[in-house]
Design a protein. Structure first.
Length: 261
């Protein structure tokens, strides 16, 4: 393994920063000062020191997190609570979030220190599917569903969204379904709320454009009031994981994310 990769994965710093540390003489390998970031080392046998402290190697880490609404997907923030505030010691091990979820979106968020894993999950050409459950104000006709599945315009320019899958779960009026709705975010329900049409369902996409699910549904006249990501690839959110909790992924689950099973 390259020395700079080892130090980055051991949470000494970012790949860019550890290269600087190495070149400035802050790192030793087997008691010898080294200044070449690309030096190959044996992470299982060699003794690596940074500022005269032995660096332990945790290896590649993968976590599943059940994100609650109200926190942002970021390392730090001066105003809002972040997802890293829930991770405790795990958040100090050089991990980063794989993609992101909006502040008011709940559900499955992955963390890792494996850049190759992130690339395979997040890049559109890899076609890793993400499925979301939603409640929205509005209704979905067959024409609307066809438009979402075939591709729709969600902003300026002439780029269609990639083909998606939509499954309607429940539909009706707010007064009849309010006891089933997973949200108190009803600020946009009009004064005649008892007749306001509402719909819930599942939308599966293989891209990650900003606010994509909300914008796709808005393009067919639906205003999302609750959103939860329930799966990535073949990996479903663990139902026993409470909001704000996380756990390590098993090897089997890692392969499910990547579509290898």
């Amino acid at each position: 393994m390259r020395l700079d990769k080892f130090l980055a994965e051991a949470a000494v710093g970012s790949r860019k920063n550890v290269r600087i540390y190495i070149k400035e003489g802050m790192v030793k390998v087997n008691k010898e000062l080294v200044t070449e970031p690309s030096m190959e080392i044996d992470e299982n046998c060699d003794v690596i020191e940074y500022l005269n402290e032995i660096v332990s190697y945790a290896g590649k880490l993968y976590y599943m997190f059940n994100k609650p609404a109200g926190c942002i997907t970021a390392k730090t923030d001066e105003i809002h609570k972040t997802v890293f505030d829930f991770l405790g010691e795990a958040g100090t091990k050089g991990i980063f979030h794989v993609g992101r979820l909006d502040k008011d979106t709940e559900g499955l968020l992955l963390f890792t220190n494996d850049g190759e894993f992130e690339h395979k999950v997040m890049y559109p050409e890899k076609h890793v599917e993400k499925t979301y459950f939603f409640w929205a104000l509005g209704s979905l006709s067959e024409e609307d569903k066809n438009q979402l599945e075939q591709g729709t315009y969600i902003g300026q320019g002439k780029i269609l969204t990639k083909p998606a899958r939509i499954e309607v779960d429940k539909f009706g009026v707010y007064e009849d379904l309010k006891h089933e709705m997973a949200t108190n975010n009803v600020n946009n329900i009009n004064s005649n709320h008892h007749t306001q049409p509402v719909v819930s369902g599942y939308l599966t996409i293989s891209e990650g454009r900003k606010h994509q699910v909300k914008r796709m549904l808005k393009s067919v006249g639906c205003y999302v009031i609750y959103l939860k990501r329930i799966s990535i690839g073949g990996l479903a959110l663990d139902k026993s994981l409470e909001k704000g909790q996380y756990r390590s992924l098993t090897e089997l689950e890692i392969q499910k994310v990547l579509g290898n099973l």
